[in-house]
Design a protein around this ligand. Structure first.
Ligand code: ZN
Ligand code: ZN
Length: 215
């Protein structure tokens, strides 16, 4: 019997879990990351129409991107005048993202598909600029402020943060996921394991209650 793709996926998934107690990082944000610098934006805003490939951004150990993440928006330069000769070059990044993610069920650790889309509007200041002056020249309440390093703003860093903010705090494969058996580790959604037929013991019940509470 040929091995099904589903089985292979599952196997790969479990191998990844075991290898690093979470999704193994396939690739860190590397040389292909997109750096946005104020100099690039002096003439005109930078229009963004990107398809960030799977693996470009490393999220957390239990979240991975599936397929490309589309990103459409623009980066523009905002110059803050803080004195006659003092100005600060901010980068405003506005974008819409749309993609698919896979998160692990909080109870049984099965992968769960999470479609995700969102919008953000952020202002990034050069790192340390506020530490020196302690001033806040921009008062737009609805715009969040971040900071970029001397070299510039890494688009992937900004997107990573926004994706993590947009994801639900806890993912379940189904509302009444039965989770893993506390004794044998079997996934109790697939089949009842032998442990369940044992006479119940008050101490185990207390433990199970505790575990259910935690999950
Ligand atoms: Zn589950
Ligand atoms: Zn069991």
């Amino acid at each position: 019997m040929p091995v099904s793709q589903e089985y292979m996926d599952r196997l790969t998934h479990e191998t990844l879990i075991r290898s690093a107690s979470g999704y193994a990082s396939r690739e860190k944000i590397g040389s292909r990351a997109m750096l946005i610098t104020p100099a690039q934006l002096v003439e005109e805003p930078l229009e963004l129409n990107e398809a960030l490939p799977e693996g470009r951004i490393e999220y957390t150990s239990d979240i991975r991107q599936v397929g490309p993440l589309s990103l459409a928006g623009r980066a523009e330069l905002i110059v803050e005048h803080r004195g006659p000769k003092e100005f600060v070059e901010d980068i405003r990044l506005r974008a819409h993202f749309d993609g698919h993610f896979e998160a692990l069920c909080a109870r049984c650790l099965d992968p769960v598909q999470v479609p995700l889309k969102g919008d953000f509007d952020l202002i990034f200041r050069p790192e340390n600029v506020d530490a020196e002056t302690g001033e806040h020249a921009i008062t737009e309440d609805e715009t969040e402020i971040g900071y970029y390093e001397k070299s510039g703003l890494l688009l992937e860093d900004a997107v990573r943060e926004q994706v993590l903010l947009a994801l639900p705090g806890r993912t379940l494969c189904q509302e009444d996921c039965k989770g893993l058996c506390q004794q044998c580790g079997a996934n109790r959604n697939s089949a009842p394991c032998a442990c369940e037929s044992r006479p119940s013991d008050a101490r185990w019940n207390a433990l199970a209650g505790l575990a259910a509470h935690k999950a």
